[in-house]
Design a protein around this ligand. Structure first.
Ligand code: ADP
Ligand code: MG
Length: 207
């Protein structure tokens, strides 16, 4: 089981890793976008970090909803609204709980991913964050159904997300700014798929 304190701890670790990878993510976005993905993600999670003390007083659903609203309002670019929607939908799904288990997490991630698809009018195979999110969720659901423990489930998710990032390299971008490049986007990994994988790794490290 995971309580509010641990959720906030994980969010702070995400803020740290996104700050550490600000340049890396921005460099990736420089190649196929406008070079701001690292800046966007680091800025959004720096705001989350500022709210950390207040967050611990909330239930887990409200923590995630607050993070989502912060990302939507503080992050320019498409990733803010997309990740923001994912966190808000995940928070609504979890609701007023002070503890969650793996089934709650996977259910919330699933609804969050549906939120990204709806908001982004996107699906897998278009060289976006979804190409890491969807395979990660599928792998975790499979492990969960097979009776694996939280650590094994999350490690399978990280592996699938990493493979998903690799799989974005040969893809032609058809959504977001990278789609302006068309065929020239081939050969480069997607920044958003990369940032999702970094965030999922921080969740996995906590178990
Ligand atoms: P912007 O593209 O507005 O500059 P960012 O650079 O912060 O925003 O984020 C770019 C990332 O957002 C991409 O790498 C991709 O993963 C993701 N993305 C962009 N458009 C979509 C979409 N329609 N659906 C899903 N993900 C998207
Ligand atoms: Mg960008």
């Amino acid at each position: 089981m995971t309580d509010q304190k641990k959720v906030v701890e994980i969010l702070l670790n995400m803020a740290k890793v996104l700050e550490e990878n600000k340049e890396f993510l921005t460099d990736l976005d420089n190649v196929i976008g406008d070079g701001d993905h690292g800046i966007n993600m680091a800025r959004g999670f720096a705001e989350v970090e500022k709210q950390a003390e207040g967050l611990e007083q909330k239930d887990i659903g409200n923590i995630l909803k607050t993070v989502g609203m912060t990302l939507v309002s503080k992050v320019g670019g498409s990733s803010g609204p997309l990740y923001g929607t994912a966190f808000m939908k995940a928070g609504m799904t979890i609701g007023a709980k002070n503890e969650i288990d793996m089934a709650d997490f996977l259910g919330a991630l699933e609804v969050g991913i549906e939120g990204v698809k709806a908001r982004g009018k996107s699906t897998t195979g278009e060289k976006t964050m979804l190409d890491a999110m969807v395979p990660a969720l599928d792998a975790m659901k499979e492990q969960q159904a097979a009776g694996a423990d939280a650590k094994q489930v999350l490690e399978a998710g990280v592996q699938a997300a990493e493979a998903g990032v690799e799989a974005t390299k040969p893809m032609v971008a058809t959504k977001g700014r990278a789609s302006y490049l068309g065929e020239r986007s081939v050969g480069h990994q997607d920044p958003g798929a990369t940032s999702f994988t970094l965030m999922l790794k921080e969740i996995a490290k906590a178990y």
